[in-house]
Design a binder for this molecule. Structure first.
Ligand code: NAD
Length: 464
């Protein structure tokens, strides 16, 4: 579970060796600690002519305490070059391919001016909402720029593209849970700029027309929310329980009875409650629904995290391995969603977040069962999102890449090293990185982010 190479590289001897031999150089990533400022330095905001988001973004950044730099500061005439913790560019004004030159003009002079663990965020209009084919083409082109910057800038810098719907994107206020996409743009920018998104890079995130409500305190974005976390006894689930409780949630931690002691330790540590239940038991959905109804009267956020692997190549795989994996990783999620939704225990403003995997995107040798289940999780999100949007409930998936857990510690060394290094950040992620990403999707403020699959993989080459 520890990356000894990364620790060695950060020592003086390690640095020298890495430089001499041209070995991978995993940077130390900036991660979130409560009370941290959003950024450790100034941000530079640029915009294409006619963009519609520069003004709301300026408001969001200013209210979040981000220092906005003067764009003229880095010209040849200015003395010491200014360094930035983030570069943001509103590309919504680009309406055809010739306008893409504005990206070059903004990013080229700043390419070496980004601080370690910097953030690059480009904002666009979803191509399907564009007025003309030329505009849609130009907006689609943004993906190539962002993914390349993620691979090029290095030193822990991440790059993302955020497509923001045109529908009411200027609307704010309104009744609870209907503050419009700008609230979710704010939650998304706060997540992406902060250390919470340390291991998320090269992603395309869509902020749609769903409903959302801003928290009273952005340091406790889940205040008072009742959150169910399955598979909470260890690994990513245990990190999730901690992160969500830190952010103000009342956590219901669930795991199998055999993991009862570890589960109780997690729940006690965070002042949450523990539910011992095998999700594949025939009566699991009703027992869980009864528990949530009796104890809390509702569940605002459901995080389907429990998962198993039973690896074998397909020719050698017995039917039991296939059935178990599909049942735990996919079918149990469907059954639980059905019962909780039918009994209206997930209220308006509710959230469902399912844990997929990059194996479900790229496929993996020896994991036909696992990859099928995890691709199915993406299908579940795609198919539920439109109907649930009508009910004010969002549904998203996160797809972790190589995360340092017991699961990955069991992988043979050579394969493990390859998995760890084959991404833009040259290291594995930590359970907390997945937890922070799920946390953001769970915030009441993120309601207009629905139907997304966000990879937490350091921009892994697998399935890219
Ligand atoms: P883990 O094995 O450490 O934890 C999984 C937890 O789920 C365990 O506590 C286990 O007891 C519980 N669980 C399993 N079957 C259950 C059942 N029937 N009912 C209730 N609980 C059950 O795994 P992890 O690495 O923390 O993974 C968490 C999730 O992330 C899984 O869905 C996994 O597929 C996914 N994931 C992990 C990685 C990684 O690199 N670790 C990568 C991609 C996806």
């Amino acid at each position: 579970m520890t990356d000894r190479y990364a620790s060695f590289v950060q020592s003086a001897a390690g640095r020298a060796l890495v430089k001499r031999l041209g070995l991978p150089d995993p940077p130390r990533l900036r991660r979130h600690h409560p009370g941290d400022p959003l950024l450790p330095g100034p941000a530079l905001l640029g915009a294409a002519t006619g963009g519609r988001l520069a003004e709301p973004i300026t408001k969001i950044l200013t209210s979040a305490g981000v220092q906005l730099a003067d764009p003229a500061a880095n010209t040849a005439a200015a003395g010491t070059p200014q360094r930035y913790a983030a570069l943001l560019f509103d590309a919504t004004g680009i309406t055809d391919s010739t306008g893409l030159r504005q990206l070059y003009d903004f990013f080229h002079p700043q390419a070496r001016a980004v601080l370690p663990s910097g953030r690059v965020i480009v904002l666009g209009t979803p191509p399907q909402e564009c007025a003309t084919p030329r505009e849609a083409t130009a907006q689609r082109a943004l993906e190539g720029l962002v993914r390349s910057i993620g691979k090029e800038f290095g030193r822990g810098t991440t790059a993302q593209l955020v497509y923001v719907t045109r529908a009411d994107s200027t609307a704010t206020g309104g009744p609870a849970h209907s503050a419009g996409p700008l609230t979710s743009l704010e939650s998304t920018l706060r997540f992406l700029l902060s250390g919470r998104s340390a291991y998320v890079s090269g992603q395309v995130i869509r902020v749609g027309a769903g409903a959302a409500s801003a928290p009273d305190d952005w340091d406790r974005p889940l205040d008072g929310q009742v959150v169910l976390v399955t598979g909470a006894a260890r690994g990513i689930g245990a990190a999730l329980a901690k992160v969500l409780a830190r952010d103000g949630a009342r956590v219901v931690a669930l795991d199998i009875p055999a993991a009862g002691d570890a589960l109780a330790a997690v729940a006690n540590d965070i002042g949450g409650t523990a539910v011992q239940l095998d999700l594949t038991a025939p009566d699991a959905p009703t027992r869980l629904a009864d528990h949530l109804a009796g104890r809390h009267g509702r569940v605002d956020v459901v995080v389907h995290n429990a998962g198993i692997t039973r690896d074998k190549t397909l020719g050698r795989m017995d039917a039991e391995r296939w059935d178990q994996v599909i049942d735990v990783n996919l079918s149990s999620q469907e059954r639980i969603n059905d019962v909780l939704l039918e009994r209206e225990l997930i209220p308006t403003g509710g959230r469902i977040v399912s844990v997929s995997s990059i194996a479900g995107i790229a496929g993996n040798r020896g994991q036909t069962n696992y990859a099928t289940s995890k691709a199915g999780v993406i299908g579940l999100v795609d198919s539920l999102a439109p109907a649930l949007r009508e009910r004010g409930i969002s549904v998203n998936a996160v797809a972790p890449g190589f995360i340092e857990t017991r699961l990955t510690a069991r992988i043979p060394l050579v394969v493990r090293e390859a998995g760890r290094r084959m991404n833009s950040l040259a290291q594995g992620g930590l359970p907390v990185d997945v937890a922070e990403t799920i946390g953001w999707l769970a915030w009441p403020a993120s309601g207009a982010v629905s139907g997304n699959v966000v990879r937490v993989c350091g921009q892994s080459l697998l399935g890219a």
